[in-house]
Design a protein around this ligand. Structure first.
Ligand code: NAD
Length: 499
C-alpha cells in the first residue's frame, strides 16, 4: 500500500494540520520513484510520528532537472522581485509561527515554548534579512585606464544542493534557502532523515508565496543515497552542507566530480575559558546556555570549560546549582520545560556511551551522569557535568553532541590558551574576564570562526557564522553568507578604438 501524499495530524498541543509526505518538486508533492519511505520517531515517546517518501538518486535527478529548468527564467528575475517573494515568505511564516513551532517541537524533541518557537522566530528574521539584501547585490566598476572600463557582476551559481542536519531542522534550512534565493539561485534541499516533517510543511509556504515551480525543491532522504547523489551530481553548481565533520569530508570529495563550489559547516568541540577575574555568575549563566541549550545538540556548544584554579571549585558549585534550578527536563509540550529528549535512540546511545567513557576515564561526576526515564519513555538524558578532566580524555577530545560538559582547571593564561586550542575543531570559543586587554588578546589567539567575550553561543543573523580547521569551509549569515551564493563575473570593455 503506498503512502498518502498528506495525512491529517492532531498534535499534542491540540493543533490540527495536514502533514505533507511527498517530495516537494516543481511546487507539487510527489511520490518517490521507488516508493521508499522514512519513519519519523517522536523523541519524547519513541513512537512513530509518521512516514514520508524518501528520495533516492533517481528522484534527485528529477529535482535537479526541475531546478535547472526553473533557473532559465529565475536567473532573469530582478532583485526587487526576489525580495518581494522572500518578504511574502516572512508574512506567511509570521501567520504560521505557532503551528510551525508545534511541528518543529513534535518532530525534533525541542521544548515547544522555550526552544522551537524561538527557532522559528529566528527563521523569520533570516528571511527578512535576506529579503532586504535581494535588490542590493552589486558589483564594482573598475576604471584604471582611459582606454578600458571593467565591471563585475555578482551572478548566482545556478542550481544549489543544500544538505542539512536534524538539530535545527527549520533554522538550518532558513540559513541556506534565504541567501541562495536572494542571490537568484534555484535550490534542491534535503532534510535530515531524522527530522523530515516540519520542513515539508514549510515547503508549502513557497508555493503560497508565489515562487515559480522548480525554484525551491525540498526532499526527504537518507544521506548515503539522496545526499550522496546531490553532492556528486554533475548538474549541481554548488553544494552547501551542515552536519558532522566525517560527512563533510565525504561531501567535499563527492563535489570534485564537477569541481562544484562547496561550503561546509561541520562539528565542533568549543572551549569556554573562565579567568579568575571573571564575573562568575555571568560565566555560570552563559556556560549553561552554551552546553545545555537544545539538549547540547549544537555544533558550537561550549562543551569544554577551563576554569582558573582560584575559582574552580566555586564555579563548579554555582554551575551545578544553576543547571539544577533552571534546566527543567520533560516532554517538549510540557510547560516550563527547558531540556527535552535527545533527538533519537542512536544519539541517546552514543551520548550514554560517552558518559560511561567519562566515568571510566576517571572524570568526577558533578551532576547527572545518567538517563532520565522519569522524564518520559523517550530519549532523556540528565544534564551532565564532568570535572577534573585531562586533555587526553576522549570526552575532552571528541564531539559528544549532548548535554554533557567536561570541566578542567588551569593556572596561567598561556596554559588556558594551549588547552583551548588543542583540538582539531575551530568553530567557537568563549573567554570570560573583566580585563578588556586580556579579552582581546584571547580573541586574537583563540583559533575559531567566532569568539564570544563574556557570552557563549550568541548567534545573530547580521554576523557571519562558520568554522576554521576541521569545523568547516565558508560562512553563513550576514553579508558574508550571501557572498557564498554568488560568483563574480568580470566584464572588460575596450574603449581604445573610439579614442
Ligand atoms: P550527519 O553528518 O550525519 O548528517 C548531516 C546531513 O548529511 C544529513 O542530511 C544526512 O542525511 C546527510 N548525509 C549523511 N551521509 C551523507 C553522504 N554520504 N553524502 C551526503 N550527505 C550525507 O550529521 P547529523 O548527525 O545530522 O548532525 C550532527 C552534526 O552536525 C554534528 O557533528 C554537528 O556538530 C554538526 N552541525 C554543524 C553545524 C555548523 O553550523 N557547523 C550546525 C549544526 C550541526
Amino acid at each position: 500500500m503506498s503512502l498518502p501524499l498528506e495525512y491529517e495530524v492532531t498534535l499534542p498541543s491540540g493543533a490540527k494540520f495536514n502533514q505533507p509526505a511527498g517530495l516537494f518538486i516543481n511546487n507539487e508533492f510527489v511520490e518517490s520513484i521507488n516508493k521508499k519511505t522514512i519513519e519519523s520517531v517522536n523523541p519524547s515517546t519513541g513512537e512513530i510520528n509518521g512516514s514520508v517518501y524518501a528520495a533516492e538518486s533517481e528522484d534527485v535527478d528529477v529535482a535537479v532537472a526541475a531546478a535547472r529548468t526553473a533557473f532559465k527564467l529565475w536567473r532573469k528575475s530582478t532583485g526587487v522581485e526576489r525580495g518581494n517573494l522572500l518578504f511574502k515568505m516572512v508574512a506567511l511564516m509570521e501567520q504560521e509561527l505557532e503551528l510551525l513551532s508545534d511541528i518543529e517541537a513534535w518532530d525534533s524533541g525541542k521544548p515547544r515554548d522555550s526552544n522551537a518557537y524561538g527557532d522559528v522566530a529566528e527563521c523569520i528574521n533570516v528571511f527578512k534579512y535576506y529579503a532586504g539584501w535581494a535588490d542590493k547585490i552589486q558589483g564594482k566598476v573598475i576604471y584604471q585606464d582611459p582606454k578600458k572600463l571593467a565591471y563585475t557582476v555578482h551572478e548566482p551559481y545556478g542550481v544549489c544542493a543544500q544538505i542539512i542536519p536534524w538539530n535545527y531542522p527549520m533554522l538550518m534550512a532558513a540559513w541556506k534557502l534565504a541567501p541562495a534565493l536572494a542571490a537568484g539561485n534555484c535550490v534542491v534541499l534535503k532534510s535530515s532523515e531524522i527530522t523530515p516533517l516540519s520542513i515539508l510543511y514549510f515547503a508549502t509556504l513557497f508555493k503560497r508565496a508565489g515562487f515559480p515551480p522548480g525554484v525551491v525543491n525540498i526532499i526527504s532522504g537518507y544521506g548515503a543515497t539522496a545526499g550522496k547523489a546531490m553532492a556528486g551530481h554533475l548538474d549541481v553548481d554548488k553544494v552547501a552542507f551542515t552536519g558532522s565533520t566525517a560527512t563533510g569530508r565525504l561531501v567535499q570529495q563527492l563535489a570534485t566530480s564537477n569541481l562544484k563550489a562547496v561550503t561546509l559547516e561541520c562539528g565542533g568541540k568549543s572551549p569556554l575559558v573562565v579567568r579568575a577575574d571573571a564575573d562568575l555568575d555571568q560565566a555560570v549563566k552563559w556556560a549553561a546556555i552554551g552546553i545545555m541549550s537544545n539538549m547540547g545538540q549544537i555544533c558550537t556548544s561550549t562543551s569544554r570549560i577551563y576554569v582558573h584554579e582560584d575559582v574552580y571549585e566555586s564555579f563548579l558549585e554555582k554551575f551545578a546549582a544553576h543547571v539544577t534550578a533552571e534546566y527543567q527536563q520533560g516532554d517538549m509540550f510540557q510547560d516550563n520545560v527547558v531540556v527535552g529528549p535527545q533527538v533519537s535512540q542512536m544519539q541517546f546511545d552514543k551520548i550514554m556511551k560517552y558518559i560511561d567513557i567519562g566515568k571510566s576515564e576517571g572524570a568526577r561526576v558533578v551532576l547527572g551522569g545518567e538517563a532520565n526515564p522519569s522524564a518520559g519513555k523517550g530519549f532523556f538524558i540528565k544534564p551532565t557535568v564532568f570535572a577534573d578532566v585531562k586533555p587526553s580524555f576522549r570526552i575532552v577530545k571528541e564531539e559528544i553532541f549532548g548535554p554533557v560538559v567536561a570541566v578542567g582547571k588551569f593556572s596561567t593564561d598561556e596554559e588556558a590558551l594551549e588547552l583551548a586550542n588543542s583540538t582539531e575543531y575551530g568553530l567557537g570559543a568563549a573567554i570570560f574576564t573583566k580585563d578588556l586587554v586580556k579579552a582581546h588578546q584571547f580573541a586574537a589567539d583563540l583559533q575559531a570562526g567566532q569568539i564570544w567575550i563574556n557570552s557563549s553561543n550568541d548567534s545573530d543573523v547580521h554576523i557571519p557564522f562558520g568554522g576554521t580547521k576541521m569545523s568547516g569551509v565558508g560562512r553563513e549569515l550576514g553579508e558574508y553568507g550571501l557572498q557564498m551564493y554568488t560568483e563574480t563575473k568580470a566584464v572588460h570593455v575596450n574603449l581604445g578604438s573610439v579614442l
